[in-house]
Ligand binder design. Sequence first.
Ligand SMILES: C[S@@+](CC[C@H](N)C(=O)[O-])C[C@H]1O[C@@H](n2cnc3c(N)ncnc32)[C@H](O)[C@@H]1O
Length: 304
Amino acid sequence: MKLLNSIPHKPVLLREVLEAFQTEESGIFIDATLGYGGHSSAILKTSPNINLIGIDRDKTAIEFSKDRLSEFGDRVTLLHGKFSEKIEEATNLFPDIPILGILADIGVSSLQLDELDRGFSFESNNLDMRMDRESGLDAEYVVNSYSEFELEKIFKEFGEMRNAKKVARVIVNSRPIRSGVELASILPKKGKGTHPATQLFQAIRIEVNRELEELKEFLNSIQKVSGAKIGVISFHSLEDRIVKEKFREMAKSCICPPESFKCECGDNHEKGYILTKKPIIAKADEVKENPRSRSAKLRLFQTK
Ligand SMILES: C[S@@+](CC[C@H](N)C(=O)[O-])C[C@H]1O[C@@H](n2cnc3c(N)ncnc32)[C@H](O)[C@@H]1O
């Protein structure tokens, strides 16, 4: 089934992802955020002995990639669902084959953002923002049912908005709000540059999809996979901080509290080592060609 005539999403940091994961070895590669199969298809092409398990919570992405990756036949298995729940299933699918790599390119895809009826856009006539259209919570509920205090909290935390309190109040006083267009009009665009409602939409999207909880659970689940290279691409400083701190914690051998005088934990807790002291970012040519890559950060970790 051809769902779309063109590929709607450019994979970010593709060169760097291939440098990290391309291999002649036999094993499994898990793409935890399959999306439109950009990273997956490049890995399948350049690593001939790899079998791939792709996960996505968005059925449209799964259907699109099923078609796109069909040329690789039974080297590909696709799972619909949240990576927080599906990583374990994926790691148990082929128990005799080693897992060589796991990649999560988190956040939304260009298609999710651009397709108006998904309700992620300033121009949408609805308010949805669910990556998985079967999940319960949507943006319309958050905007119209959360208390002013709850809204302020998510705008501060997930949007890092300085005017969080004021915006929360305006929203509560403007209810009901039924579309992206109406929501964006609360912070109208003046002149060129980024739309002032960008952070507002981002905060609501993160809340709707529980994105930070998902990331934390993902980072917990990959610790149980031995001998794998883990890559996480994030687009948001909050997410990058979570990844950086978790990788640091995973690399620690001694987990005694800092105030302890001597080690009592056994000093054998490290889950592996960090491969990227600093995150890998997009080179100028990529940023020029794909401005979305400007904020992408890739961090790598090797599990024991
Ligand atoms: C940035 S896109 C990935 C693009 C992909 N790397 C490519 O090259 O086409 C992110 C994808 O991850 C999916 N996603 C985000 N969070 C997820 C989660 N917690 N579990 C499963 N899929 C998730 C989204 O639905 C989206 O399709």
